[in-house]
Design a protein around this ligand. Structure first.
Ligand code: HEM
Length: 323
C-alpha cells in the first residue's frame, strides 16, 4: 500500500461519523467556509432579520398546502397517511408557536457560526426530526426536510439579491455564506436518515440522545440557544466545548480535532497549513485588528475579463474596489 501523497490530507472515516467537530471541519474545508463567510453572516444579519418573518410565513403556507406535510402537525409522523380528525390551520396556536421557533432558528442560522454550539444546535434540529431527542417523538421523512431547506435557500437568495441598497459584493458574500451554512444543515439532517457509517455508532450515542430528549425546545446541552436571552446564555467558548464532550472514537479531544489543521498529525500536511487556518470553529472575524486586512469578500472565484475566464486569485487589482 502506498503512503498518501505529499500535500494530500488524511480524513478518518470513523471520525466523520462519530465526531461532530470532525464532520463540521471536513464540510467547512470542502465548502471553503472561511472568515469571509463568518463576516458576511454577522454583517448581513441586520438585513436578513427583516426578511425572516416573511420567509417563515411562506414556509408554513407551503407546508400546509399539501396533505402529506400538513398531516405531520397532527400525527408527528410523515409516514402515517391517515387523515387527522381536524386539519391544522395557519391561524392555529400550534402553527403560531412553530413559526416563532422557525423565526428563532433562522435568526440563529444567520448569526455568528464560529462557536461549536452553533453547529451542535443545527445537528440537534436534524436529530429531532427523526424520532429522536424528543420526549414526544417527531418523524419527518428526509424528502420534506431537503425540500424545505431548498425553499428557504431560494427565498433568502431572492430577497438578498433584490435588496435595493446593498452593494453587489456584499450580496454575493451573504448569498454564498448562507448557501454553505444551509448545505451543512442539509448534511446534518441527511446524516440521521442515511445508513452510511452506522457501523460506527454505539450505545454511548443512544445514551446521549436520550439525555437530549429531556431538554426543552431551543436548548443544547442544557443551554438556551434560541430566542430572546439566548445570546447571553449561549456563551460557550471553544475551550469549554473540549471539556464538554470527552473524546472522538480515535481518542482525540474536540480541541485536538479543532487544531488538527494547524498541528496536523499527518506528516505531509505542512503544505496545506496556511489554507487550513481558516476554520470557523477557531476563527473570529478580524475586522477590528488593523494588521489583518479583511479578505476580499464577495468577489466571484471565476470572473470574465475581456472574454476570458480569470480566477479570483489572479484578479489584481480588485475590479470592485474603487481605490
Ligand atoms: C428546513 C427544514 C426544517 C427546519 C430547519 C426545521 C426546524 C425546526 C425547529 C428549529 C424546530 C423546534 C425547535 C427546537 O426544539 O429547538 C422544529 C420542530 C418541528 N418541526 Fe421542523 N423544521 C424543518 C422542517 C420541517 C418539516 C418539513 C416539518 C413537517 C412536515 C416539520 C415539522 C416540525 C414539527 C411538527 C415540530 C415540533 C416538534 C415538537 O413539538 O417537539 N419541520 N423544526
Amino acid at each position: 500500500m502506498a503512503e498518501i501523497p505529499k500535500g494530500m490530507e488524511h480524513v478518518d472515516r470513523r471520525e466523520l461519523y462519530t465526531s461532530l467537530p470532525a464532520r463540521i471541519q471536513y464540510l467547512q474545508q470542502f465548502l471553503e467556509f472561511g472568515a469571509d463567510d463568518v463576516v458576511a453572516l454577522i454583517d448581513g444579519q441586520k438585513y436578513i432579520k427583516t426578511i425572516i418573518p416573511a420567509i417563515v410565513n411562506m414556509v408554513y403556507k407551503k407546508l400546509l398546502k399539501h396533505d402529506i406535510t400538513a398531516r405531520v402537525f397532527s400525527t408527528r409522523d410523515s409516514r402515517n397517511e391517515e387523515n387527522p380528525d381536524r386539519w391544522i390551520k395557519e391561524e392555529d396556536a400550534q402553527i403560531t408557536h412553530r413559526k416563532m421557533f422557525l423565526r428563532w432558528y433562522l435568526t440563529k442560522l444567520n448569526s455568528d457560526p464560529s462557536k461549536m454550539e452553533y453547529w451542535q444546535y443545527l445537528d440537534k434540529v436534524g436529530l429531532m426530526h427523526v424520532g429522536k431527542g424528543r420526549r414526544n417523538p417527531l418523524h419527518v421523512d428526509y424528502l420534506f426536510l431537503g425540500a424545505c431547506l431548498g425553499y428557504i435557500q431560494d427565498s433568502m437568495t431572492e430577497a438578498i439579491l433584490s435588496h435595493p441598497r446593498l452593494e453587489l459584493t456584499q450580496k454575493i458574500a451573504i448569498v454564498k455564506a448562507i448557501g454553505k451554512v444551509i448545505w451543512i444543515q442539509n448534511d446534518l439532517m441527511a446524516k440521521w436518515h442515511v445508513e452510511d457509517g452506522r457501523e460506527f455508532t454505539d450505545a454511548a450515542d443512544d445514551e446521549e440522545i436520550r439525555a437530549e430528549a429531556g431538554e426543552p425546545e431551543g436548548y443544547v446541552h442544557g443551554r438556551k440557544v434560541l430566542g430572546s436571552g439566548s445570546e447571553e446564555s449561549s456563551s460557550i467558548d471553544a475551550s469549554s466545548i473540549s471539556s464538554e464532550k470527552s473524546t472522538t472514537s480515535l481518542g482525540r479531544s474536540i480541541e485536538q480535532v479543532r487544531l488538527s489543521g494547524e498541528q496536523s498529525k499527518c506528516p505531509f500536511s505542512g503544505m496545506a497549513v496556511d489554507m487550513d487556518k481558516q476554520r470557523a470553529t477557531t476563527w473570529r472575524p478580524r475586522r477590528h485588528e488593523p494588521e489583518a486586512k479583511p479578505p476580499p469578500t464577495g468577489i466571484p472565484r471565476l470572473y470574465v475579463v475581456d472574454g476570458k475566464t480569470v480566477c479570483k486569485e489572479k484578479l489584481e487589482p480588485n475590479p470592485w474596489d474603487e481605490d
